[in-house]
Design a protein around this ligand. Structure first.
Ligand SMILES: Nc1ncnc2c1ncn2[C@@H]1O[C@H](COP(=O)(O)OP(=O)(O)OP(=O)(O)O)[C@@H](O)[C@H]1O
Ligand SMILES: [Mg+2]
Length: 371
């Protein structure tokens, strides 16, 4: 009887923690039941199997790492975000130069023994620079996937808490922790340290912070990889950025890269719209990948809500006042040449006169015939 009551209690407790989405607590509780279930080996066996199929405590506090993840001593906010196996939202698109630099870094890590034999170490510290939305964070995730390592992300703008006095302690704590784990550490928004410099009252504290960082950069062990990202490398103390062993500059994509990116995106949700990618690539060149994705999603939502073809909204992505005359003509001709729009519509979208379109269209037709 008593046993039955206990079973009921356990059941209710389990339901409560499961419904409040506390997976880690559910796992702990099940482990406890398994240990206690001497009278019911079948139940214990079943539960063991379930726990095995849902491995490790997924809460970062209890994950496979040796120690507890650093948190701010007062707020208890976790200072690090850990991506065990980073999810790549899309396949990254790179210039040949960036791609080969990244490939080499991965190669180095995969062949440390060869390097060691030659008395060398793999690159330990890397600085990613470039405007927002061009793939700095994405590339750190990509590296982690290539190397099968967890990615620890420290957002410095978050760590630069209003209590600046604690930032040095927090930073040292996080860096020491990351050093002790086999992982990639991403120091995101590195310029957050530099940005606060204008406030005269805080200069002393910031200097100390930069000193902590410099020491750590020099001492970073070759077993770990530290990547820092910034979109204001000019704001960084030259002493800081000189310390990095490798600099990689990301830039806004040209039409060629935008086309590759759009081809990936369209492949996923509307392969029949791929005919548009060349025109859109010319129209959207020079904008960040994240802006392009956002605008495309906007068009998709509008099309879905109105129940119309996406093609009707893709023309909204062409904003002629940001383009040179040559680009406008190129787009107008492509629109008509590919039969994506009538001459009148192409004129409306780009502002290029129908007469000019006709003139250039002749060349376009000739070129395509030649091909
Ligand atoms: N090179 C790229 N190739 C493909 N997609 C990209 C690329 N860069 C950015 N994106 C898209 O834009 C999103 C945002 O990119 P990411 O977070 O890497 O930007 P960031 O350079 O770190 O910007 P920020 O300086 O704002 O942190 C990515 O999740 C991805 O969808
Ligand atoms: Mg980023």
């Amino acid at each position: 009887m008593e046993e039955k009551l206990e079973l009921l209690d356990n059941f209710v407790h389990l339901a409560r923690i499961a419904l409040s989405d506390r997976k880690q607590d559910v796992q702990v509780f099940l482990h406890r039941i398994v240990k206690r279930s001497t009278t019911d080996p079948k139940l214990a066996k079943e539960l063991m199997k379930l726990l095995r199929d849902n491995p490790t405590f997924s809460s970062p506090l209890r994950r496979g790492f040796k120690t507890v993840i650093p948190a701010d001593t007062d707020t208890r906010f976790q200072l690090l975000r850990i991506e065990e196996r980073p999810h790549l939202p899309t396949k990254p698109v790179y210039t040949g130069k960036v791609q080969s630099a990244l490939n080499r870094l991965v190669e180095e890590r995969k062949n440390t023994e060869i390097l060691m034999k030659a008395g060398l170490e793999p690159t330990r510290t890397i600085l990613f620079t470039g405007p927002p939305g061009v793939g700095k964070t994405l590339s750190a995730q990509w590296m982690a996937r290539q190397l099968n390592l967890p990615l620890m992300i420290l957002d410095l703008s978050a760590v630069m808490s209003s209590y600046l006095g604690r930032t040095g302690t927090n930073l040292r704590y996080v860096l020491d922790y990351a050093k002790s784990e086999n992982c990639i550490l991403l120091l995101d928004e590195l310029d957050a340290i530099a940005k606060r410099r204008d406030d005269a009252g805080e200069i002393g504290e910031l200097k100390r912070l930069v000193t902590v960082l410099l020491q750590q950069l020099d001492d970073w062990p070759s077993s770990g990889l530290l990547i820092a990202a910034t979109n204001h490398s000019d704001l960084l103390d030259p002493a800081v950025w000189r310390r990095f062993e490798q600099l990689i500059e990301f830039d806004l994509p040209d039409a060629e890269r935008v086309k590759v990116y759009l081809d990936y995106l369209f492949e996923e949700f509307a392969p029949d719209m791929k005919i548009w990618t060349k025109v859109l690539a010319v129209a959207m060149a020079g904008r960040s990948y994240s802006d392009i994705e956002r605008d495309l999603n906007l068009a998709r939502r509008e099309a879905a809500l109105k129940g119309l073809s996406l093609a009707k909204f893709l023309t909204n992505l062409i904003v002629p006042n940001q383009m040179s005359k040559k680009e406008k003509i190129n787009i107008a001709v492509q629109l008509v040449g590919k039969k994506l729009a009538t001459q009148r519509k192409a004129h409306e979208i780009t502002g290029v006169s129908r007469e000019t379109i006709r003139t250039y269209l002749k060349n376009y037709d000739d070129t395509n015939k030649r091909i």
